[in-house]
Design a protein around this ligand. Sequence first.
Ligand code: NAD
Length: 483
Amino acid sequence: MSKTPITVAYGDGIGPEIMAASLQVLQAAGAQIDIEEIVVGEKIYMAGNTAGIEPAAWDSLRRTKVFYKAPLTTPQGTGFKSINVTTRKTLGLYANVRPCVSYSPFIKTKHPIMDIVIIRENEEDLYAGIEHRQTDEVYQCLKLITRPGCEKIVRYAFEYARRNNRKKVTAFTKDNIMKLTDGLFHKVFDEIGVEYPELEKEHWIVDIGAAKMADTPEMFDVLVLPNLYGDVLSDVAAQIAGSVGLAGSANIGQHAAMFEAIHGSAPRRAGQNLANPSGLLLAGVMMMVHIGQPDVAERVHNAWLRTVEDGVHTYDIFRDGVSKQKVGTKEFGEAIIARLGQQPQTLKPVSYANGDSIPPGAAVSVRAPAKKDTVGVDIFLAWDEADRNPNVLGEQLLKVNHDGFDLAMISNRGQKVWPKGAAETFCVDHWRCRYMSKDNAPLKHGQIVELLGKLSDAGFDFIKTEHLCNFDGIPGYSLGQGQ
Ligand code: NAD
């Protein structure tokens, strides 16, 4: 069998120890891999490269398309970019796959029956990093949810469930509040779900869904989540399964994939042969499936389960009465190697016989764009006069010539304050003024520019605009509080 080239970063802190142990186990199990080592992280940051990664490292990643990465230390302070975020976005690694399994009674957990896989969207949502201070008092972070982004991640989750003989896929969103963005995620979930009739589908509002997951994780199977909810809840899930030290994750894209532990570089434990290599090793198991060596993945995973069952434990999972032998990183790896070929006796053995349990990243289907008509504009003003009385602002705005538009409403932090606002509503210095075109007639950009010119001439400080568009006749904007 020819060897598959992979790019390996030994990482920072406990990284080099857990990577050495993990590679040793994989190779002892017969992994046919050709390792290209790259140095990223602390050393590169400290040499003055704020990205923490050099061009030659990208060359290797583009060549091998497979990245096995130990945790990295992102230095404190501004200016340093997280390599995780950079790698995910640069290589388009849109699906973060994180199995969270409990290993009761061998590893302590309040949830002995837990076997969930969180599939987190990795590229968009609030993580676009588009933030602005708009007025003296108001800061904004843009939440971007896209149709291709939703389609890719939702399809990935259903494919994962199908290939792994899972029974149910659950989505969490907050679409009772964010009707357009989270609403799109939910809608795409419903649309694509139809193509998977054999799978049960359900949707929960994220707050109660998260509470249920933390309380009764056995209710869930595969979970698909937008980026932020997925970020938070995948750590919760890993922790309640037993320890964040045990979970591995795969980051899958159409062109490349990255495999890593979910924990960080644990600098206080570095260099002491203490750290648990399990998270990185289990990420390596997913990598072996991904590169078409499922037999190696199966041997390693089952030997690891047997080691855990035999009570050979690193300090973080060691428990008097349950554990039999406290071992270091290296010895833990050796214990797994000694059990290669064995199956667990109590825990369920894994099988990767079908060989495709980590679906590859897919391209998104192309669709015809909808017909777009601009029918209004939300003009955001910084305004701090007249004790912030919205009625005064409304009167002032009505005096500015706005031919072709109706001033439909003014809101403050999304709450309608004009016309007929409530006197009790607390107002900040940031106002959304909604102008609709008369008779819903499609607008030209020039009309909006003209309106802005008149507001500017009247002394108003506009800080941003959002066009209000209908797509195939359906409003592409929220209608405002209470509507
Ligand atoms: P951490 O995950 O490194 O450590 C949290 C706690 O868990 C510590 O008590 C640590 O000792 C323990 N722990 C973590 N992994 C362990 C293991 N394998 N075995 C035994 N115990 C383990 O989180 P942190 O302390 O918040 O972050 C430390 C550094 O790691 C920071 O620089 C952070 O930026 C970085 N980090 C990197 C990644 C990554 O590369 N994917 C992820 C998270 C944090």
